[in-house]
Design a protein around this ligand. Structure first.
Ligand code: CO8
Length: 262
């Protein structure tokens, strides 16, 4: 039990080390050692409101990154991916490569496991958990998507291809699947801007149906950031931007790491 506890302590330390004040950090360690159990970890973390994480905690190295192209991607999906990806790096006249205005966000099939420090924690808390949008085995059958953020403009765009398992009305994408991708994109955008968040409200207007198998763009932009509240607006459009399919607003509330692990 003690070995398990110390291992957990190290994981929690890594998770929290960036922004926790030294005093709080010492307090938590004191409370957890040596008789640590998962419930005390949860409640210790839950009481800390000031914890923030790095804007986007996943790096693009490591296990399979599901936001990279695969053979199921249609040519339009590939074209739009290359369009935004080409703006992630710019070349100076001297041939030097610099970071561009856009950043592609890596995406894994297990959200907690592949966050820094999450490997051990996921064994205790979420051994069987899988990010459902990234766990349909057949490539192209479900959600194929890649998210890019523009740090300066505080905007975000997702290229989304809806597979045949997302059917609602015949030949069209299910409204719940559209809500899922909008929640995922705005939630990712909010987390990038504000650290750990939960969706408090998502209000959707469905304007025109999305044909199954088509490639669309999901745009997210900031309405307001006010304390713990991040308000975003979101539109799903055809890939050339000419047709509005869906629009929404999303309210995201910043939460402590403990809330996310409940
Ligand atoms: C990598 C993949 C990314 C995927 C992203 C997916 C994101 C998700 O789907 S999250 C899952 C779905 N969401 C949930 O399950 C959340 C359930 N709800 C909750 O846990 C809580 O209600 C939670 C955390 C949102 C807010 O609770 P709590 O931390 O106690 O905040 P609380 O004190 O009530 O409210 C804080 C502020 O937000 C406001 N607020 C909270 N909820 C709402 C709401 N629904 N509408 C309007 N305002 C709200 C409050 O009025 C308050 O405002 P103010 O500070 O001005 O008084």
């Amino acid at each position: 039990m003690l070995g398990r506890g110390l291992q957990m302590t190290r994981v929690i330390c890594r998770l929290m080390s960036r922004k926790l004040s030294a005093g709080l950090h010492r307090n938590i360690l004191k409370n957890m050692h040596p008789s640590i159990d998962i419930w005390s970890v949860r409640s210790s973390l839950k009481n800390i409101r000031s914890v923030t994480m790095a804007p986007w905690p996943f790096s693009s190295s490591g296990p399979r990154d599901y936001s990279l192209p695969n053979p199921s991607w249609r040519s339009e999906m590939q074209r739009l991916y290359e369009h935004y990806n080409s703006m992630c790096e710019v070349e100076t006249e001297g041939g030097e490569k610099l970071k561009g205005p856009w950043i592609r966000l890596a995406s894994y099939n297990r959200a907690l496991k592949y966050a820094p420090g999450g490997q051990c924690l996921s064994k205790f808390l979420q051994a069987k958990a899988r990010l459902f949008t990234r766990n349909i085995e057949e490539q192209g059958a479900g959600f194929e998507y890649v998210v890019f953020v523009n740090k300066q403009e505080k905007t975000c765009v997702c290229v989304f291809q809806a597979g045949h398992l997302l059917e609602g009305p015949p030949g069209l994408v299910h409204g719940g699947a559209i809500a899922t991708i909008m929640d995922s994109v705005t939630g990712t955008h909010a987390a990038y801007l504000s650290g750990p968040v939960m969706t408090a409200n998502l209000t959707i207007n469905y304007r025109s149906p999305i044909p199954l198998g088509s490639v669309v763009l999901v745009h997210s932009s900031v309405g307001e950031i006010d304390g713990r509240k991040t308000l975003l607006s979101c539109q799903v459009t055809s890939s050339d931007g000419s047709k509005l399919h869906t629009e929404a607003t999303g309210l995201f509330i910043s939460v402590s790491v403990g809330n996310l692990l409940m």
